[in-house]
Ligand binder design. Structure first.
Ligand SMILES: [Fe+2]
Length: 136
């Protein structure tokens, strides 16, 4: 089970709060799935992700621009790939009922993002901020 912890912090309140939000969504999906439900939550979490890829990614990208983050272009590409996947998932979800496979796939997709992106790539922004004097 993934929980929000200090490990996720990059030290910028808005970004940290948005990361907290996606982790909370994941926790909810995870516990619903353990109870054997979660099917009703599928659409809601996809809608959340659909908004997240626009709002959160643009917040993070403008922060990176503002601080002259050296890995900006690469980071942006990773965001784009994730966004494309979310859009694909939204498009392929027709009106058919949500299956367990759908839920498992979504669960892994978000989990993978938390572990490989937020904990690794986004943390690097925090490290960069810590080690760089951006006051001038
Ligand atoms: Fe990011």
């Amino acid at each position: 089970m993934l929980k929000w912890s200090e490990d996720y912090k990059i030290g910028v309140l808005e970004i940290d709060n948005e990361h907290k939000e996606i982790i909370m969504r994941f926790e909810k999906l995870y516990s619903l799935m353990r109870e054997g439900s979660g099917h009703d939550y599928y659409t809601e979490i996809l809608l959340f992700l659909d908004d997240y890829i626009n709002t959160h990614f643009s917040h993070e990208e403008s922060l990176q621009k503002q601080i002259n983050y050296p890995d900006y272009e690469n980071h942006k590409k990773i965001h784009k790939a994730f966004s494309d996947d979310v859009i694909k998932m939204t498009k392929t979800k027709n009106n058919s009922p949500i299956t367990n496979d759908d839920l498992i796939r979504l669960n892994l997709f978000v989990k993978n993002w938390l572990l490989n992106h937020i904990l690794i790539e986004d943390k690097k922004i925090g490290e960069y901020l810590k080690n760089t004097d951006i006051s001038d």
